[in-house]
Design a protein around this ligand. Structure first.
Ligand SMILES: C=C(O[C@@H]1C=C(C(=O)O)C=C[C@H]1O)C(=O)O
Length: 364
């Protein structure tokens, strides 16, 4: 390519950037106007809700449908995710609590879901995230709920039994673990590997093959593991890209998770119920009396209405020895007539039914 052609393309890019700049500014002014109308139409005692998860899901889906390349749909949606996040911050910066410290996968999930313009607040434990949201100190919380290799995150499920919060969204994150070391680590003398118990479990086979005799130490988070390695010459950590960058560690072995599709699903918890988008999921907790065939009976109304269950998890109910509650997720919104019918029947059969929330199916 001649210099002349290159120069012409750069002039073209400059002119396109000017148009993009003008369009983004116009879009931001529209979002500001939406905010102004929301404030003006507020009834007495009502709190303004600027963030609309259902609307954001629709905007992203539409962009993915309209996209003709060369950027793939996910990349394009991610750019729009950031534009929306920044526009929303003009109305009101969202405060979001996640499982800290900084650099955890929970933080990565929060930023993936809400975009970089949120104010994110690290919490020390899952239960504290629930409390922070319940107290109104943050608008939303991000909590891990299941991992494709290791299954349910029981702390999160149990917290739903103790708090009255609404699930407003979900986000799935591919989890890539790396073996990380600090500058001063003697890599041939590693005698200890730190990580969160979940991550150690997700890399069990790799560790058995490569470091069978090294002590595995479970700590409160991957980021905490990364932090510790900074000051110990004989240890390594298992954590992700964010923690590696944040704590200035280098990658001794990358993508060491046993399953290549290793992913974690996170839930967004808040106080607002989310209207239907036409592509939603619902999560419920059901307690049944402890009698033979209880689970079968409970599932009949879902089956009869053709509702597609995506997950069922059992936990001790905490209200009696050997009594259980079921966490069930399914496609559909609680206001869909079919879902409403099925839930009414389930309520009749069960001891207790609690709808945790209906929310848009994860777009990104
Ligand atoms: C602009 C709005 O408010 C927020 C910003 C959005 C955006 O930038 O597209 C979308 C939904 C809301 O989170 C709206 O409700 O439409």
């Amino acid at each position: 390519m001649s210099d002349h052609e290159l120069q012409a393309l750069r002039v073209r890019i400059d002119s396109l950037d000017e148009k993009i700049l003008e369009l983004i500014s116009q879009r931001a002014r529209c979002a500001q106007e939406v905010g102004r109308i929301k404030m003006a139409t507020l009834k007495e005692g009502e709190e303004a809700i600027f963030y609309r998860p259902e609307r954001e899901a629709q905007v992203l889906k539409r962009i993915m449908e309209l996209n003709k390349g060369p950027l793939d749909n996910e990349e394009m949606a991610r750019l729009f995710r950031e534009i929306m996040s920044t526009c929303l911050a003009l109305e009101q910066p969202l405060k979001v609590a996640y499982l800290g410290p900084e650099g955890t996968f929970s933080q990565a999930a929060a930023l993936k879901h809400f975009g970089q313009a949120v104010v994110s607040k690290p919490m020390a434990a899952i239960d504290e995230i629930f409390r922070e949201v319940a107290a109104g100190a943050v608008s939303f919380g991000v909590v891990p709920v299941e991992n494709s290799t290791e299954g349910a995150i029981n702390h999160t499920l149990d917290s739903f039994l103790e708090h009255d919060l609404v699930i407003c969204g979900e986000v799935e994150l591919r989890i890539h673990h790396h073996l990380l070391v600090a500058e001063n680590t003697k890599t041939e003398k590693i005698s200890r590997i730190y990580s969160h118990a979940q991550s150690l479990a997700q890399c069990r086979k790799w560790l058995d093959a490569h470091y069978p005799n090294v002590e595995r130490v479970a700590v409160s988070s991957n980021a905490e593991a990364a932090k510790r390695v900074k000051s110990e010459w004989n240890s390594a950590a298992i954590a992700g890209d964010m923690a590696a960058q944040l704590y200035g560690l280098s990658i001794l072995a990358d993508k060491i998770e046993d399953r290549p599709d290793n992913s974690t699903r996170f839930l967004i918890i808040g106080n607002q119920t989310v209207p239907a988008t036409g592509d939603d999921k619902t999560s419920v907790i059901i307690s049944m009396s402890n009698k033979p065939g209880a689970l079968h009976e409970l599932l009949i109304p879902f089956h009869a209405s053709g509702i597609d269950l995506t997950r069922i998890e059992t936990r001790p109910s905490r209200s009696g020895k050997w009594s259980y509650v079921f966490f069930i997720d399914f496609y559909g919104h609680k206001d869909d007539p079919l879902v409403r019918d099925a839930l009414e029947k389930v309520a009749q059969e069960s001891v207790g039914l609690k709808v945790l929330g209906s929310y848009p199916n994860a777009v990104l």
